[in-house]
Structures are given as structure tokens and as C-alpha cells.
Design a protein around this ligand. Structure first.
Ligand SMILES: Cc1cc2nc3c(=O)[nH]c(=O)nc-3n(C[C@H](O)[C@H](O)[C@H](O)COP(=O)(O)OP(=O)(O)OC[C@H]3O[C@@H](n4cnc5c(N)ncnc54)[C@H](O)[C@@H]3O)c2cc1C
Length: 401
């Protein structure tokens, strides 16, 4: 009987195996994951779960019984050490498993602070997995001082949770402004002000020189020349696609594990989806780090493993929660040359244009702006900047234009 092995029991791995069964595949499926928890959603790790507002069980994507009910062999706490594409086997310690088709859904690995700057001290955390968050949660005690390194979404979400929990928060961002890599000046300004109102000390153009402590971190030297006392540190300095296994197996890498439009790697029997995989779009290999991408791409790969031959065309959207602000993002703002602000007071959105064409929207507590923007972008339509900029103008007619 045919055997599909999926390596990486996260968002994409869980979606892929569920979809295989949903599409009627009745061969053997083995889903292998290094972490001990059943596949879970990561977004709440830096939001509601870290705040203590969400029960652990609610993180799980499907009840553990789902996998047994669907006859999916779920092997947790199990790291795949190697893949032999010629023999079509994977190695786990001394054990060898044979596959007919293989999917890599290995996700991302965080960048760690180097030991040379004190990254190995106790009290220094990253926010990638459930075990990271469970380890840092007891540190969130009112009145303590946390240093957050990195002003991307993960760092800012952690800052919001810490400030809400009554901690003193300092956040350093090496670039000129927070969110510089992913958002406009307008969006950076909005979130800087939001955190400033909550007392978060955001220092932009300021990096970490080194962390100091005897076993455990107790202070930090910053590149602005200051030294601050800290109780603990959260590092949110980015992630990289988890490509180690693919590299060992000599699969082609390009911005992650390179796949074709079907999600197939340079080896016909091996597929990839989620954070670890890049796919062709507009003449380059694009890679997305988001839940919608992990689900959609994994489900497409499941169909293609069964012969569907469908090309991947992502609908790009993302979100972030900070305090009482829900940010929803539609599209990709790469190469934007104009930002139109729609300021409706409590509801606000920033519309990105490239050469006069709408390409992305950042909507802050503006679900209508997000919804209209997303539908326009998905349909390749445009939005008159004059209408967008007038917060009293109805956006819906734009959809009919
Ligand atoms: C704190 C946090 C907040 C986020 N917030 C958002 C958000 O608000 N919105 C959004 O859209 N996205 C968000 N993301 C991103 C989103 O969670 C990821 O894009 C998504 O989880 C990717 O799914 P994946 O299946 O590719 O990888 P993962 O879900 O990371 O799963 C990969 C799994 O593979 C396992 N693995 C790797 N190598 C091996 C091996 N050799 N053997 C066995 N197992 C292996 C890993 O242990 C891991 O469990 C957030 C991520 C984090 C960490």
C-alpha cells in the first residue's frame, strides 16, 4: 500500500494530512513532529495564550483523537535526522521508514542571539514554540522589567502582552523604525504611538551591544550608550526557513526549499509547503510566513500529490493583535511608492499603491476597509485614492467599478 510521510507536525503538516484523507487517499500516512504537543496554532503564542487568556487545549488544531480516527500515524517528539531520496527513506535514530511520496512542512527556525552577546544566559527567550512560551510565562510578573529585542510583529505583540500585564517594557529596534521591513512609515508611526501611550519605551536605531549577567541576565548594554537593568529578555530578531534536512538531501534551495507551482521540490517524489517552502510568483521564488499560506499551500500540495496538477496562487493576508487594536493586512506592499491614509478615527487604514495600482492595505480596527481592500486586491482591481482618503465616503461602490 502506498505510504506518504509528512515531516513537520505543525500548521501545514496537519492541514496536508487531513486534506489527503478528505480527498479520499486511503494509503498509509505518517505525520512526524519534533515537538511533543499535537499540531497547534502559533499566533496565540504571542497574543492571548501568552496573556493567559486562552487555554492550552484551544491551541490544538484538531483533537489528538482526529489523527487516530483518520488513520494518520502521528509520531510526536520525533525528529527526522535524514532523508535518502534515492532509497526513498527517512531516518529517525536507528529506524528507517520507507515512503512513496514525502512532504516537508518543517516550518521556520528562529534566529538566536549569539552567545558572544550573552544569548545563552538564563532569562533570555525566543517566541517560536509552545515550550518557549510556557518557559517564559512565569517571568511575566507585574513591575518587572523586560527587554524586547526586535520591533517586528512578534516583538511588538510580546511588548503589548507585557505592558498589559503591568511590566515595564523596553523595546529596541536596530533599524530606523519599528516594522521597517514590512510596513510603511505611517503604520510604524501608528504602532509607535500606540505602545508609547501604554508606557513602552521604544528605542529605534538602537541595538543590543551585549547582555550581562552571572548565569542569568541582569542588565543590557545598548548601542545608544545606555546600560539598563532587566529581569528578562525576549528576542524577536527573525526566523529562517527550516531547510537543514532538505539541504542534506540535496534538494534545491532558493529562499527556502524551492518548489514549482505545484509545490514539488527538485525531486519528483518530494513536496514542500508552509514557512519552509518557496514557490514561483512574478518571476521569483516567493516565501510567505503565515497561517493562511501554510493551510492553502498544504492543501494544494495534498491535492497535487494525488495528481491534481493545480498551480498555487496565494491570497495574501495576515493579522496582528496589539492591545485593543486588530491589524489586518491584505496583499503585499513590496515596491510601494504611495500610501493613502483613510482616517476614520477609531477605524483607520493605510492603502499601498505601486505605479498607481492598489497592492496592499493595513487596516487598524477597520474590518470594512480590510474587506473591501482584500477583495479589490484579490481581483486585481484598483481603488481611487480620492475615495479611499475620504473617510466619509462609502467604499463598497469601489467593488462594483
Ligand atoms: C509567536 C508567533 C506568532 C505568529 N502570529 C501569526 C499571525 O498572527 N498570523 C499569521 O498568519 N501567522 C502568524 N505566525 C506565523 C505562523 O504561525 C506560521 O507561518 C505557521 O505556523 C507556519 O506553519 P508551518 O506548518 O509551515 O510551520 P510550523 O507550524 O512551525 O510547523 C513546523 C513543525 O515542523 C517541525 N519540524 C521541523 N524539523 C523537523 C524534523 N527534522 N523532524 C520532525 N519535525 C520537524 C517543527 O518542530 C514544527 O513543529 C506566528 C508565528 C509565531 C511563532
Amino acid at each position: 500500500m502506498s505510504h506518504i510521510i509528512v515531516i513537520g507536525a505543525g500548521q501545514a503538516g496537519s492541514s496536508l494530512t487531513a486534506k489527503l484523507r478528505n480527498l479520499g487517499f486511503d494509503g498509509n500516512i505518517t505525520l512526524i513532529g519534533e515537538e511533543t504537543a499535537p499540531p497547534y496554532q502559533r499566533p496565540p503564542l504571542s497574543k492571548a495564550y501568552l496573556l493567559g487568556d486562552m487555554a492550552r487545549e484551544r491551541l490544538f488544531l484538531r483533537p489528538e483523537s482526529f489523527y487516530a480516527d483518520q488513520n494518520i500515524t502521528l509520531r510526536l517528539g520525533t525528529k527526522v535526522d535524514a532523508i535518502d531520496t534515492a532509497a526513498k527513506t527517512v531516518t529517525i535514530g536507528n529506524e528507517t521508514l520507507k515512503f512513496d511520496q514525502l512532504a516537508l512542512t518543517t516550518g521556520s527556525v528562529p534566529r538566536f542571539l549569539p552567545t558572544a552577546v550573552g544569548g545563552d544566559l538564563d532569562g533570555v527567550y525566543t517566541v517560536r514554540g509552545l515550550s518557549d512560551v510556557d518557559a517564559m510565562a512565569p517571568e511575566f510578573i507585574e513591575g518587572r522589567h523586560v527587554l524586547i529585542i526586535g520591533g517586528g510583529y512578534i516583538g511588538l505583540e510580546a511588548a503589548a502582552v507585557a505592558a498589559k500585564s503591568g511590566l515595564k517594557v523596553t523595546l529596541v529596534e536596530m533599524s530606523e523604525r519599528i516594522l521597517q521591513r514590512v510596513a510603511s512609515t505611517e503604520t510604524s508611526d501608528f504602532f509607535r504611538a500606540l505602545h508609547g501611550e501604554r508606557g513602552v519605551d521604544i528605542r529605534e536605531g538602537c541595538g543590543l551591544k551585549r547582555l550581562i549577567g552571572d548565569g542569568r541576565v541582569n542588565s543590557a548594554e545598548l548601542t545608544d550608550g545606555s546600560t539598563i537593568d532587566v529581569d528578562f529578555v525576549i528576542s524577536g530578531i527573525g526566523i529562517m526557513p527550516a531547510t537543514a534536512l532538505a539541504e542534506m538531501a540535496e534538494l534545491t534551495l532558493e529562499n527556502g526549499i524551492k518548489t514549482n507551482a505545484f509545490g514539488q521540490t527538485s525531486n519528483d517524489a518530494v513536496w514542500a509547503a508552509g514557512d519552509c517552502a518557496s514557490f514561483p510568483r512574478n518571476g521569483e521564488q516567493m516565501r510567505l510566513e503565515s497561517v493562511p499560506n501554510a493551510i492553502d499551500q498544504a492543501e494544494l500540495v495534498a491535492a497535487n500529490m494525488l495528481g491534481a496538477e493545480k498551480s498555487y496562487a496565494p491570497q495574501i493576508w495576515f493579522w496582528s493583535d496589539q492591545y485593543d487594536v486588530k491589524l489586518q493586512i491584505a496583499g503585499l506592499n513590496t515596491g510601494f511608492d504611495q500610501v493613502v491614509v483613510r482616517d476614520g478615527g477609531a477605524a483607520r487604514s493605510h492603502w499601498y499603491y505601486r505605479a498607481g495600482q492598489l497592492i496592499a492595505v493595513d487596516a487598524m480596527n477597520d474590518p470594512r476597509g480590510y474587506m473591501v481592500g482584500k477583495r479589490l486586491i484579490d481581483a486585481g482591481k484598483n481603488a481611487d485614492p480620492a475615495v479611499v482618503a475620504d473617510a466619509s465616503a462609502d467604499l463598497k461602490p469601489l467593488l462594483k467599478a
